[in-house]
Design a protein around this ligand. Structure first.
Ligand SMILES: NC(=O)C1=CN([C@@H]2O[C@H](COP(=O)(O)OP(=O)(O)OC[C@H]3O[C@@H](n4cnc5c(N)ncnc54)[C@H](O)[C@@H]3O)[C@@H](O)[C@H]2O)C=CC1
Ligand SMILES: O=C(O)CCC(=O)C(=O)O
Length: 634
């Protein structure tokens, strides 16, 4: 819906809830009435009147008059309000200050608000005082607000229409606002288009009347092909966040204007296949399976954020082939897993859970039989990565001997001993703990044969991935007494949400600690992940950097300055760079920077170019046969 016109473009913009996130008069009331006994009640009444006036339920002049009567404010309150409003300028207006300044001759603020607090804000955005049309207060000698200058047409019902009539604009007039009175300008024939601005407040009655509903000023500038801070409006980019990822993630995307949808639970394949079609960024944890079938339907998807360590729930091969960059959080929850493993190990070796259960039933069983210290015991680990190595350090600090096996040759930390086989670990350890990843080859890695190799009375823990252990074999080993105690945090089948039931053969077994996949679920870990993953995703979306990507060639790019940046993901075949460079040469494109990284499947080339370029140039790059994904940043 790109709008093109050769006429002079005139922009008429509302102020309250459009330029700023809030209604100035409501906020003035809150400031003036703060601390007064019935203050909250009066503020509520004023807000209700604002809403009724804005949505057209009561006449504007009636709403304004009633509000001013309720408001007991003076000049000092207005000063406080101005400082507050400066912190509440709509994000998309702040992002597009350069447009506001460059086009200030054609931008008019038409507001039923008050110049006393509007002008300081519009001045800070580079707008012209003489283009601001708004009401003014009347004051008594003490500086108390007594009313509204009634000679101003904007104080009257239909004031905006009367004002527009008198302004006699010649050109293509666009009105941007959140209120019904803004729509009425178009309805009365004084504007060509009305854009309902919903960044701060969405009034269904107003949206229903609008030519276009826009979630940000970026969208307006995009549709009208005007200079803007975002090459593609972020409010048109859908971010789907599942599995209750930390609110820090929601805030990170929302503060940049993305269209964020948040769900507490995971989604199954069928649901995702539908949902993913218009999603550009998805954030998941361990329970959402991004299968080949799901990804094949994800034509808009640019990036996946795994808000966890494991990425086995994602079909990485398909993601790579489709040029979808995958990021995870490789460190943030490792300490939490380690602490749970230590806690469980001590609880299991002391048989605290059966004793606690008995106590709850009134049984007092004070005895040392079969209760041990961990000091001096042998802790055996399968997998010696970020978690395994940390557990190694803390286990050793508790006085344990550490043994580990890893398929990769890993340097032992402290006095840990590297074993040549898993069997060696099993034959040695008093406590066996798994810290391997969930790659396919690890499915059923531990079963009857492996349990048989373990010492009698071993403590066994799996805080890694459910499918790695054969559950019926584990149950048999526990029931036979081979395993004295087990701590299991992960399961082959896990409920998708907290409302779904948990079912397992492990239920009801004594000295088995079951926990709902919470090894990494601490406030600290989730906060850390909730910040780390969006940072990686935003760096990729905003700048093109793929630092920390688990499947894309890693490139750390400088910030884009005074150039356009072309991001091109292609199939990694010989000759592709020549094809690209030929197009640059043919169109006389001046390159200011070029970066290339490849892996065995894809190549990622980034080219910074001077700002002049033609549409044909872009089309030709997109048309290269090997192109998988193409983006351009301004
Ligand atoms: N319970 C929970 O909430 C959490 C579970 N995890 C799980 O823990 C796993 C490990 O995490 P990190 O240590 O951070 O990962 P990591 O990638 O640093 O370490 C995994 C290690 O396992 C080794 N490995 C893989 N397969 C193996 C095998 N068959 N035999 C021996 N070694 C093998 C790898 O070479 C690597 O050194 C994650 O992949 C994830 O599945 C991670 C965080 C939270
Ligand atoms: O917190 C989660 O949902 C998953 C944690 C986990 O297993 C991981 O980080 O790999």
């Amino acid at each position: 819906m790109v709008v093109t016109t050769n006429e002079r473009k005139i922009f008429v913009i509302d102020f309250d809830s459009t330029v700023t996130q809030v209604e100035g008069l409501d906020e003035l009331a809150a400031i003036a009435l703060k601390g007064q006994a019935d203050g909250a009640e009066v503020v509520k009444k004023i807000k209700a009147l604002t809403d009724a006036g804005m949505s057209g339920e009561i006449s504007f002049s009636e709403a304004l008059k009633s509000r001013i009567e309720l408001l007991k404010a003076n000049k000092s309150h207005i000063e406080i309000l101005i400082d507050f409003l400066k912190t509440k300028i709509s994000d998309s207006f702040l992002r597009n200050k350069s447009f506001l300044k460059e086009y200030n001759a054609d931008i008019y603020i038409v507001s039923s608000g008050f110049k006393e607090f509007i002008l300081p804000i519009t001045q800070s955005l580079g707008l012209k005082d003489e283009n601001v049309y708004a009401n003014t207060f009347t004051f008594d000698k003490e500086g108390n607000i007594t009313g509204v200058d009634q000679s101003n047409v904007l104080a009257q019902t239909g004031g905006k229409i009367k004002l527009m009539e008198s302004l006699k604009f010649e050109g293509h007039v666009s009105v941007i606002g959140d209120g019904y009175t803004d729509f009425e300008i178009k309805k009365a024939g004084f504007a060509d288009r009305f854009y309902a601005f919903t960044e701060n407040v969405e009034r269904p009655k107003v949206v229903a009347e609008a030519d276009f509903a826009i979630k940000s000023l970026d969208e307006f500038l995009f549709y009208n092909q005007l200079p803007r801070g975002q090459s593609y409006p972020k409010s048109l980019i859908k971010v789907l966040l599942l599995e209750n990822v930390h609110q820090a993630a929601v805030e990170a995307f929302e503060s940049q204007g993305f269209d964020v949808e948040f769900h507490k639970g995971a989604m199954d394949e069928d649901e995702l296949i539908e949902k993913i079609k218009d999603v550009s960024i998805i954030g998941i944890r361990s329970k959402t399976n991004l299968t080949k079938k799901v990804l094949e339907n994800a034509d808009k998807l640019m990036a996946i954020g795994a808000f966890c360590i494991g990425t086995n729930q994602i079909d990485l091969k398909t993601a790579t082939q489709k040029g979808i960059a995958v990021f995870n959080a490789p460190y943030s929850n490792t300490r939490s897993v380690v602490e749970l493993a230590i806690g469980e190990m001590i609880m299991l070796i002391r048989k605290i859970f059966p004793k606690s259960e008995a106590m709850h039933k009134g049984i007092w069983d004070k005895s040392a039989i079969n209760s041990f210290e961990v000091r001096g015991k042998k802790l055996g680990m399968i997998g010696y990565g970020h978690i395994g190595t940390q557990l190694s350090v803390i286990g050793e600090a508790l006085g344990m001997e550490i043994y580990f096996y890893d398929i990769v040759d890993k340097m032992p930390i402290g006095n840990a001993k590297k074993c040549k086989t898993m069997q060696e670990v099993f034959e040695t350890a008093d406590v066996v703990s798994l810290h391997i990843d969930g790659r396919k080859e690890n499915t059923n890695l531990i079963g009857a044969k492996e349990f048989a190799q373990m010492k009698d009375g071993v403590i066994f823990m799996n805080l890694a991935r459910g499918p790695v252990v054969n559950i019926p074999d584990l149950v048999a080993a526990i029931k036979s007494g081979k395993i004295e105690g087990a701590g299991i945090d992960v399961f082959p089948e896990e409920p998708k949400t907290n409302s779904d039931p948990f079912v397992s053969e492990l239920m009801g077994l004594s000295n088995v600690i079951l926990s709902p996949h919470i090894g990494g679920s601490t406030e600290e870990a989730q906060q850390g992940i909730g910040t780390y993953v969006p940072e990686r995703l935003l760096e990729y979306i905003n700048n093109g950097s793929t630092t920390g990507s688990v499947n894309c060639p890693e490139v750390q790019l400088p910030l884009l300055q005074d150039s356009h940046r072309i991001l091109h993901i292609h199939r990694n075949v010989p000759g592709i760079m020549a094809k690209l460079n030929n197009i640059f040469a043919k169109h006389h494109i001046n390159i200011t920077g070029q970066y290339l990284k490849t892996n065995e499947t894809v190549g990622y080339v980034i080219v910074d170019i001077q700002k002049a370029y033609s549409r044909e140039f872009v089309q030709e790059i997109k048309a290269i046969e090997e192109t998988i994904k193409f983006r351009m940043l301004f």
